[in-house]
Design a protein around this ligand. Structure first.
Ligand code: SF4
Length: 352
C-alpha cells in the first residue's frame, strides 16, 4: 500500500471520536481549529462544547459581546485568538452575508486564518484538495522521508508543503488530512513513537537509519522575555480594585489588578515607596501580606508575578481603566488564568 492508503487504513481503526469530525459545517470546524491551536484535544474539548452551544451559528458569535466571549475563553490562553475570531465572525456577517466561507481562497483572506487552518476547513467541509501541514504532519514527513531541513525555515516550509501536497489523495482530501494529523498525534508522537507497531516501519527512513530522536529539526526560536509584575490587591467596602488591560500588550481587554512592572521583583517596603505607587495609594498604606512570586509562562514571555495585598485608610486615586468590582460580579469579567487562580485562593482565604 502507498503512504496515504496506509495512513487512512490506520485511521479507520484508531481514530478518536471527536465532535468536529461529525460535521461539515465550516463555522463549527473553524471553531474547533482555532480552539485547538496551541491546545491539547482533551483541554480544548470542553471549550468546543461551550462555544458551539453558546454560539451555534456565526451570527450568534458575531452578535455576542466581546467580554462574554473572553469570559467563555478564560483559561485557554492566547486571548488574541478569541478577539480575532470575533472580528472574523463580524466580517463574515458583513462581507459574506452570514455564510461562512468554505473555499481555501476565501478563508485565507480572513483574520486569524493561516494556511494550515484554511486547508483544514476547506478540505474537511468540502473536500478541497489542499494538504494540511501542522506540527504532527511536519514530524511524520520529516521522519518518514528522513529530511533534516529545519521545518521552521523558509526552505523547510516549501519542501514539506510541496511534499504534503504530492502525498494528498485528492478525491479523499478531507479524510486523508484528518488521518495524517491523527497518525502524527497518536502514533508518530514527538516522544516514544510507536515504531514497533507502525505500518510504515519498513519504508520509514528515520526508523531504518536510527534517526528518530533527531527528526524533525527545528531552528532555535526567539529568546524568552522575562517580566516582573508587582500586583497591588486592594479589597474594600467598594469592592476589589481591578484594571482593564489596554492594547499593545498581552491580555488585551482582560482584567487584572493595578500593576507596577519593574526590572526585578520588589520587596513590599520598596513597592510602597515607589513614586507611582504613592501617587495612587498615598504613603499611609499597610501591607497585609504578599503572595508569590508565581511563575507564568506564555509563548515568548516568562512572567514572575507577586500579589501585594494592602489596606489603605484613604481612597486611592484611580486611573481611567481601574474599576471597583464586587466579589459576586467577578464571574462576569474575563481574567487571565494567573489572576483567576489567585482570586480563587484569595476569596477562600478571605472567607476564613
Ligand atoms: S516507524 Fe516510527 S518514526 Fe517512522 S513513521 Fe512509524 S512511528 Fe514514525
Amino acid at each position: 500500500m502507498e503512504f496515504g492508503q496506509e495512513i487512512i487504513a490506520w485511521y479507520h481503526q484508531h481514530k478518536r471520536s471527536l465532535p468536529w469530525r461529525e460535521t461539515n459545517d465550516p463555522y463549527l470546524i473553524w471553531l474547533s481549529e482555532i480552539i485547538l491551536q496551541q491546545t491539547r484535544v482533551d483541554q480544548g474539548l470542553p471549550y468546543y462544547y461551550r462555544f458551539s452551544e453558546h454560539y451555534p451559528t456565526v451570527a450568534d458569535f458575531a452578535a455576542a459581546d466581546e467580554g462574554e466571549i473572553l469570559k467563555d475563553w478564560q483559561g485557554l490562553g492566547y486571548y488574541s485568538r478569541a478577539r480575532n475570531m470575533h472580528h472574523t465572525a463580524k466580517l463574515v456577517m458583513d462581507k459574506h452575508q452570514g455564510r461562512f466561507p468554505k473555499s481555501y481562497a476565501e478563508l485565507i483572506q480572513l483574520k486569524g486564518i493561516g494556511e494550515y487552518t484554511a486547508a483544514a476547513i476547506s478540505s474537511f467541509s468540502q473536500n478541497e484538495a489542499k494538504a494540511v501541514l501542522d506540527g504532527n504532519v511536519f514530524r511524520l514527513l520529516s521522519r518518514f522521508f528522513g529530511f533534516d531541513t529545519p521545518i521552521n525555515s523558509t526552505a523547510g516550509k516549501k519542501l514539506f508543503s510541496d511534499l504534503a501536497n504530492q502525498l494528498l489523495i485528492p478525491e479523499h482530501a478531507g479524510l486523508y488530512n484528518q488521518a495524517v494529523m491523527e497518525f502524527g498525534a497518536l502514533h508518530c508522537k514527538p516522544k516514544n513513537p510507536l515504531c514497533e507497531t507502525c505500518p510504515l516501519q519498513t519504508a520509514c527512513v528515520a526508523y531504518q537509519t536510527n534517526r528518530i530522536a533527531e527528526l524533525p529539526v527545528k531552528l532555535k526560536t526567539l529568546k524568552v522575555r522575562e517580566r516582573f509584575f508587582n500586583y497591588v490587591v486592594l479589597y474594600t467596602d467598594s469592592g476589589l480594585l481591578m484594571k482593564k488591560r489596554g492594547p499593545n500588550d498581552i491580555w488585551q481587554n482582560l482584567y487584572d489588578f493595578p500593576l507596577f512592572e519593574t526590572s526585578a521583583l520588589l520587596g513590599p517596603g520598596e513597592l510602597v515607596q515607589d513614586s507611582g505607587f504613592v501617587k495612587h495609594f498615598g504613603s499611609t498604606v499597610t501591607v497585609k501580606n504578599m503572595q508569590g512570586p508565581v511563575k507564568h509562562l506564555l509563548s515568548h514571555q516568562r512572567l514572575w508575578a507577586q500579589f501585594i495585598v494592602i489596606e489603605s485608610a484613604v481612597k486611592p486615586a484611580l486611573d481611567q481603566d481601574w474599576i471597583w468590582v464586587q466579589a459576586e460580579d467577578l464571574k462576569n469579567l474575563a481574567q487571565p488564568k494567573l489572576i483567576f487562580e489567585f482570586l480563587i485562593n484569595f476569596f477562600k482565604l478571605n472567607r476564613n
